[in-house]
Design a protein around this ligand. Sequence first.
Ligand code: URA
Length: 447
Amino acid sequence: MNAYNIASLIRKKRDRESLSPDEIKYLIQRYSKDGMPDYQMSAFLMAAFLNGLDDREAAALTHEMLHSGKVMDLSEVPGIKVDKHSTGGVGDKTSLILAPIVASCGVPVPMISGRALGHTGGTLDKLESIPGFNVELDLERYVQVLKQQNLVLIGQTDEIAPADKRMYALRDVTATVESIPLIAGSIMSKKLAEGIDALVLDVKYGSGAFMKTREQALELAEKLVAIGEEFGKRTIAWLTSMEQPLGYKIGNWLEVEESIDCLNGGGPEDVNRVSHQLAGTMIYLGGKAESIDEGVEKSKAAVSDGTAMQKFRDIVEAQDGEVYYLDHPDAYPAAGLSFKVNAPAGGYITAMDAHTFGDAGVELGAGRKSKDDEIDPHAGIILERKIGDDVKEGETIARCCTNNEEATDRVRQMLQDAVTVGSSRPETPALITDMVTRDGATSWSSS
Ligand code: URA
């Protein structure tokens, strides 16, 4: 590797020039191994945020972030290993549902997930609401559980893509998160380090997502798929709407409870639809179905015949969680306090700002305001109405659960302001709108 002057590399990006793969390699290696200071990386990130990175630069960045740590070799585990990643949403519990479905259909799922980030929830915090559930397995046990269960659910360790861990923390405090090439490098470096063979992406857009518009989400999805395919992993992305929360429950245990309903054959239609579409795509990429549609049918069958729910029990047990609550969710201790949010006017619900619902969840204790905050597993929101439903003035639109009495008035006001009531019934927002593969994007309307 050649040696460069770091300030000159930052200047080059500042002046809208392209960096070579060797120059990107130098920057990331100096940052992750040789003490390049945070202020220089921050300046580079801001230049990249403002001036963008071309495809060659984004691929080089992903490659270097991926190789900043350990790249898992899962070749001793038979089968095509497939994972799913969501760009983040509110009420998005699909990982909890699809992971056991796909594993029970014979496709190994090595899943490394994240914690709650800003207004969005995190799979790890949801899993940890199951008493005893251990997401901090070392990499040896990660492989062992995967071999035994065809499934493993853990958090990012210090060994996996450490450059991303540090760069993400910097981006969070330097207003450089919402950059398509930086998000793509961050997501793909972590996912490629897991040892997967194929990947399904759920790229969310709308009020509750990082990407606000379908166009931005499409651009991100195309970039993610291009990087995955360039690294030799079959990658398919779906664009799904986050205009309103997914399902009726937001909050850690509440989302586990709703996932159990779905795995038992009930649960909300939108959660089931997204979960089966993503699971079906994973089953197809894992070689256990001839097409995505056949994968979706297999996914539904795994719920109907009870094998997916049994796999969920098995993985909870294998990772030290208390299975009792999966079969007796009513026995789970309730939050200390619950209160209702009522409709300010009568009519039809025309909008539900998902971002504010996520922020309200954080206020109630379901997320973190700073990185060391403790999560309250009992806290959250249960919706009683969604977009398109009618409501009379004063009727309940949501119930909140918390142990933080001080948040109640603030959250009630936030949620009343987050809901718009109009006089005519709106169209239900389309839920799954586009599919992106190596062959391009196809619009796929499912209302
Ligand atoms: N999720 C990630 O893992 N990285 C980002 O940059 C944004 C969302």
